[in-house]
Design a protein around this ligand. Structure first.
Ligand code: NAD
Length: 473
């Protein structure tokens, strides 16, 4: 048997609960100094992040290449420029967000005035994921800075190049006494989760979401949970199929090869329309990724062997593999799986039970499009739900009858780019939301304040409660 010896140096380096406690203590001290509360501190950090993105773009793209073979254009559009615009939006609106909001008062407090003051929670923990490892780490950090918090970011170990780049870049560009990065996997995250935080913002799987929330409950720490799930798309027959097919493909395979929390997970359409839909998808897929998609450079690879095997298992299940109508090819050495469409897989198959998070797309068929609503509602609430239909009545029904974190009609994924819309889940897909002002709010406590003077003191509220006073009620 092999005896593993932990050297003193390794013990010294290990990030354990003791180190996590010291880290939080240090951050709390910095936070208590009050420096993160000033507009100047917040704006300076945001400006530095913006500068960092501009100056280090090449390294960011390179890290995303190493972690995911993410095509350069995709990396630029969906990670770099999204993070930059989030930063710019925060800088532009920061003063307005920070300003106390005057609100009306009630007759019982007359004369008085009232306002809502946004105060930072304090020391916050942000745990991030690997699929958009740059954006999904920095976007919440931007919100937490804008709201004036001290921050620990724990990027995902599954995207190690981006994780280590983020650790280096942030320590170079932002205030190191208040914004820290801890790299690591489950042991490091568990050590962090043992500490008392003032807010935890977690992006990742629903399974780990339970662990995060249980840890937070010990300290009554509020959480934002940005989780996953199976995002459905209902596809009606009255659509512009050419445009719709392009958008569906963009919302699946051109979206980190399906490894996106709001990528289309499965499609529901009518029995009669399904063949036309499959044909249109096939045609456009070939146009986008060529005849041999395993070799296309315009698609991310599967992140690692574990996820490759997980996806292969979904395909290989008895009763599923014979439903493949397009694709199915794989290349384990290069972690590539071709865009794969499956028609009419059994509803109780593995692929319909768990989030796919990869390039496989089941299409389920129903007699009437409305039957798709029941199918969606019989599953846990998704992070996003999509409808492709020109029928206004159906659009209304969809919005009214389906519960989802967010919705997009006649396209996929793009709702995430609109900062005036809250982005977050409901039920199993999470709680809380961010983006734009919602990010600032996610990291702020809303403190209600009532101001009174000593004028106009009505004696009616004080004892003794004489019959005259009671008559006034
Ligand atoms: P994950 O939950 O495995 O990992 C996310 C983070 O949690 C990582 O930083 C990891 O180190 C940490 N972690 C993992 N296991 C842990 C444990 N036992 N204890 C403590 N920490 C632990 O998720 P993932 O595989 O990285 O991400 C995929 C999931 O994330 C999908 O379900 C996807 O839909 C979801 N997601 C959601 C959003 C969103 O915005 N809602 C965005 C991206 C991904």
């Amino acid at each position: 048997s092999v005896l593993t010896v932990t050297t003193e140096e390794e013990m010294e380096q290990a990030f354990d609960a003791r180190k996590a406690a010291l880290l939080v203590q240090e951050l709390r001290k910095s936070f208590n100094s009050g420096k993160t509360k000033s507009y100047e501190w917040r704006a300076a950090q945001l400006q530095s992040i913006s500068k960092m993105i501009d100056e280090r773009e090449k390294e960011i793209i390179q890290a995303l290449q190493l972690d995911l073979s993410k095509p350069e254009l995709e990396a630029f559009v969906s990670e770099i420029s999204m993070t930059q615009s989030s930063c710019q939006k925060a800088l532009k609106d920061l003063k307005r967000w920070m300003a106390p909001e005057k609100v009306s008062t009630s007759i019982t407090t007359y004369p008085s005035s009232a306002e809502i003051v946004s105060e930072p929670f304090g020391v916050v923990l942000i745990i991030s994921t690997w699929n958009y490892p740059f954006l999904l780490s920095l976007d919440p950090v931007i919100g937490a800075i804008a709201a004036g918090n001290a921050i620990v970011l724990k990027p995902s170990e599954i995207a190690p190049a981006t994780s280590s780049l983020l650790a280096g870049l942030l320590s170079e560009y932002v205030d190191r006494s208040t914004i820290k990065v801890v790299e690591g996997a489950v042991p490091e995250t568990s050590a962090l989760l043992d500490q008392k935080w003032d807010k935890i913002f977690y992006t990742g799987s629903t399974r780990v979401g339970h662990i995060v929330m249980a840890a937070a409950a010990k300290h009554l720490t509020p959480v934002v949970l940005e989780l996953g799930g199976k995002c459905p798309a209902i596809v009606d027959s009255n659509i512009n199929l050419e445009v719709a097919a392009r958008r569906m493909i963009a919302g699946k395979w051109a979206c980190n090869n399906g490894q996106a929390c709001i990528a289309i997970d499965y499609i529901v359409t009518t029995k009669s329309f399904a063949p036309k839909l499959v044909a249109a998808l096939q045609l456009t897929l070939e146009e986008f990724f060529g005849k041999n998609p395993l070799e296309s450079q315009d698609m991310s690879r599967i992140v690692n062997l574990y996820h490759f095997k997980r996806l292969a298992k979904l395909l290989d299940e008895d009763g599923t593999s014979d439903k493949i109508v397009l694709g199915g090819q794989r290349d384990e050495n290069n972690l590539r799986i071709a865009p794969t469409i499956l028609l009419d897989v059994p509803e109780d198959s593995l692929i319909m039970q768990e989030e796919i998070f990869g390039p496989l797309l089941p299409i389920l068929t129903v007699d009437n499009i409305e039957d798709g609503f029941h199918m969606i509602n019989s599953k846990p609430k998704p992070l996003a739900a999509y409808l492709f239909s020109d029928d206004n009545g159906l659009q209304k029904q969809f919005v009214q009858n389906i519960s989802a974190g967010g919705m997009l009609i006649n396209d996929a994924v793009l709702h995430l780019t609109v900062p005036t819309l809250p982005f977050g889940g409901v039920g199993d897909s999470g709680m809380g939301a961010y983006h734009g002002k919602f990010s600032f709010d996610a990291f702020s406590h809303k403190k209600g304040i009532l101001y009174r003077s000593f004028k106009g003191d009505a004696s009616t509220r004080y004892p003794p409660y004489t019959p005259e006073k009671q008559r006034l009620l």
